[in-house]
Design a protein around this ligand. Structure first.
Ligand code: GTP
Length: 170
C-alpha cells in the first residue's frame, strides 16, 4: 500500500547546529565543512520505501538565526514530525534546543513525533553536552533521542527511517 497523506517534517535548532547538513547528508549523501547558513527556510522533498508502505514527505529546514525565529510556527504547526537539533560542542545550542522543545510541545499538534538530536557526534574531543544529559532531557519530556553526525553519517538514515516507520504505522 502507498501512503500519500500530506506530511511535512520540520527541523529546528540553533544556528550552526547542523540542520541543513543533516538533511543534505540524508537526501543527497553529501557533507560540506562550509555549509552556508540558511536564510528563511529551505524545502526538501523525499520518498522512502518501507516494507509496509511508501512514505512521501516534505522537510522544512528552518533558519537558526534569531531574526528568523518568528517564522518557525508556520513550519511546526501541522507538522507530522519535528527534529530538534543541538550541537554536542555547544551548551548554548542545547539550551536553545530545550526552548524549541517547549515551544513546539505547547503549540504543535498532539500526535506530532518529536526527536531530540545531538549532532556533531564526531567531535567527541570538544564535547560540552554529555550524552546522558540529552538522553535524560528527552526521556523526561517524552521525546526520542539520537546522537548523529552529518559528517560521518552516524545515525542519519536511522533518524529519518525511524520517523517514517512510526508515521506509516500511525
Ligand atoms: P543555520 O542554517 O544557520 O540555522 O545552521 P544549521 O543548523 O543548518 O547548520 P549547518 O548545517 O549550516 O552547519 C553549520 C556548520 O557545522 C557547517 O560548517 C557544517 O559543516 C558543520 N557541521 C554540521 N554538522 C556537522 C557534524 O555532524 N560534524 C561536524 N564536524 N561538523 C558539522
Amino acid at each position: 500500500t502507498s501512503v500519500y497523506k500530506p506530511n511535512w517534517w520540520v527541523l529546528l535548532g540553533d544556528m550552526g547546529a547542523g540542520k541543513t547538513s543533516l538533511v543534505l547528508r540524508f537526501v543527497k549523501g553529501q557533507f560540506s565543512e562550509y555549509q552556508e547558513s540558511t536564510i528563511g527556510a529551505a524545502f526538501f522533498t523525499q520518498v522512502l520505501s518501507l516494507n509496509e508502505a511508501t512514505v512521501k514527505f516534505d522537510i522544512w529546514d528552518t533558519a537558526g538565526q534569531e531574526r528568523y525565529h518568528s517564522l518557525a510556527p508556520m513550519y511546526y504547526r501541522g507538522a507530522a514530525a519535528a527534529i530538534v537539533i543541538y550541537d554536542i560542542t555547544s551548551m548554548e545550542s542545547f539550551a536553545r534546543a530545550k526552548k524549541w522543545v517547549q515551544q513546539v510541545q505547547r503549540h504543535a499538534n498532539p500526535s506530532l513525533i518529536m526527536f531530540l538530536v545531538a549532532n556533531k557526534a564526531d567531535l567527541g574531543a570538544e564535547r560540552k553536552v554529555a550524552n546522558e544529559e540529552g538522553e535524560e532531557y528527552a526521556k523526561e519530556n517524552g521525546l526520542s533521542f539520537l546522537e548523529t553526525s552529518a559528517k560521518t553519517a552516524q545515525n542519519v538514515n536511522e533518524l529519518f527511517y525511524e520517523i517514517a516507520k512510526r508515521l506509516a504505522k500511525a
